[in-house]
Design a binder for this molecule. Structure first.
Ligand code: SAH
Ligand code: SF4
Ligand code: F3S
Length: 481
């Protein structure tokens, strides 16, 4: 397909931010054997799908993508097809049964070995399975900023999980928890800051236990160090397990000026009975207590969460407890999922499965209730001035439904419509050319003040204001106009 010695790799990524980060590491590792990254699938000599297996749907996505490849392989027989990531780790050679045209199945710890494996296939065309676990994280840095905006990036600080929630596949496909050394993490972030990145999201399945096993610094100590890196003006992290959310970490929200006013704190259920069956190791009371502490430390904090409905044995009363918890917390946003049986996860064997119909109904109820809170939370921002990290021109208007009661209506997307985020992680769209200050083009990475004028379902609209009004901090507390 391509001239000799000029090879291209195309990667399709499914799953969480850690997979997005790993995709960048895969691209980086393959550069050593002459592969350039392409976003055009037809141009590729090597096509990889980096898979997820957290729910059955993710698994289906991988196979539906793979279903597009046999015709390409027919056209270009030397095309190499790889399946990596969590589903690859879970299924191993069974992938070949469902997709016989696949050349290599590689697991979540195999990125460092991938170039040698691909070279073997180039020489001998044999099929390879590499799903060995390693006891260390290979020091492979991402090739490029692993997020879709150059001003904001991810850094994985740890891999794996030791929590074994009974529904979850992650501990089985990502292995035991292991943390990267602080110096490595800090050097990576410094390099991103030098290249213009302004916001960094630290990633781990349970960041609260960062460094504990290895006797490294604690997570709050790591945050303090990141807070001192020149050029980084915003820090986020995900995910935090409620049972391990320490007072020290809560205090960081009031003491670290660059830590954003947002926490993603997955609760999974509002019922103590179900939380116990899930092996979450906290009660709804403890969860609510942590929420109270977070709001005391940072009154403006946005709180988002994950919720599973229809876990085996979930009764109507258990589900009512979930709705009740949502009413008490009023999350800014919620990812709600219908329980899905996963291989290896102990809950596969739990009896009293909830029917698909009931799961669907419950999911809808949760989504409807959350929608009211998301809208209300957005509406409370109207009239406030927010610090917004400019990400760039917005491609299109993402949200055109005005909220009831909102005045005015945003015009159509045009070349001067910009997009950015508040420190509470809400998307803000605004027009720059209509502002009297539009003497200069906005540069992605700038933090500007926007007066919020309209709240839509999933984003805000606003007008840039005189930067002279700014508070001294870059944390972006909002104040009444
Ligand atoms: N480490 C994170 C979550 C990782 S998985 C944490 O502890 O919160 C992301 C989300 O997927 C989970 O929070 C959970 O809500 C959902 N999830 C995981 N396994 C699931 C399953 N078997 N069925 C439905 N949702 C699931
Ligand atoms: Fe899965 Fe629980 Fe670990 Fe999160 S903490 S990755 S839900 S086992
Ligand atoms: Fe999916 Fe693996 Fe992430 S299972 S959610 S890609 S850790």
């Amino acid at each position: 397909m391509n001239p000799v010695n000029h090879k291209y790799v195309y990667i399709h990524t499914i799953g969480c931010q850690m997979n997005v980060y790993d995709t960048s590491r895969i691209i980086s590792s393959l550069q050593a054997i002459g592969y350039d990254h392409t976003s055009i699938m037809e141009k590729a000599d090597l096509i990889i799908v980096n898979t997820c297996s957290v729910r059955e749907k993710a698994e289906q996505k991988a196979f539906s993508f793979l279903g597009r490849l046999p015709s390409l392989k027919k056209e270009y027989p030397r095309l190499i097809v790889g399946v990596g990531g969590c589903l690859a780790q879970q299924e191993g050679k069974a992938i070949f049964k469902r997709a016989p045209f696949v050349d290599i199945v590689f697991g979540t710890h195999a990125v460092g070995r991938l170039p040698a494996r691909i070279s073997e296939i180039e020489k001998n065309s044999q099929k390879i399975v590499d799903i060995e676990f390693a006891t260390f994280i290979e020091p492979i840095l991402p090739s490029e900023n692993p997020k879709n905006t150059p001003v904001s990036g991810f850094v994985t600080i740890m891999r794996g999980c030791d929590n074994f929630c009974t529904y979850c596949i992650v501990p089985y496909v990502r292995g035991r928890e292991i943390s990267r050394k602080p110096e490595e993490i800090l050097n990576e972030i410094k390099a991103y800051a030098d290249s213009g990145m302004r916001e960094i999201t630290l990633l781990g399945q349970n960041v609260n236990s960062y460094g504990k096993k290895e006797g490294l610094c604690s997570f709050p100590e790591l945050l303090e160090k990141v807070n001192q890196i020149n050029g980084i003006s915003r820090i986020r992290f995900t995910t935090s397990h409620p049972k391990d959310l320490s007072d020290d970490l809560i205090t960081c929200f009031s003491t670290l000026d660059r830590l954003c006013n947002h926490i993603h704190l997955p609760v999974q259920s509002g019922s103590n009975n179900i939380l116990k069956k899930m092996n979450r190791k906290y009660t709804r009371e403890l969860y609510l207590e942590k929420i109270e502490k977070l709001r005391a430390a940072c009154p403006d904090i946005a709180i988002t969460s994950d919720m599973i409905v229809g876990f085996p044995g979930e009764t109507d009363a258990d589900f009512e407890d979930t709705l009740d918890l949502m009413k008490r917390v009023e999350f800014d946003g919620l990812f709600a999922f219908s329980y899905s049986d996963r291989p290896h996860a102990p809950s596969v064997h739990f009896t009293e499965k909830v029917s698909e119909m009931v799961k669907k109904e419950r999911l809808q109820q949760v989504l409807n209730l959350q929608e009211t809170y998301t809208r209300t939370k957005n509406k409370t921002r109207v009239g406030k001035i927010e610090s917004v990290l400019v990400e760039g021109l917005s491609k299109k208007s993402p949200d055109t439904e005005p909220l009831a009661g909102a005045t005015g209506f945003p015009g159509k997307a045009d070349e001067n419509q910009y997009t950015g985020r508040t420190t509470s992680n809400k998307i803000v769209n605004f027009l720059w050319k209509e502002n009297p200050l539009s003497g200069h083009f906005l540069t992605p990475g700038e933090i500007i003040h926007i007066k919020i004028t309209r709240a839509l379902s999933h984003s805000l609209w606003g007008d840039p204001v005189d930067p002279g009004i700014s508070s001294q901090d870059i944390k972006g507390e909002h104040y009444a106009a």
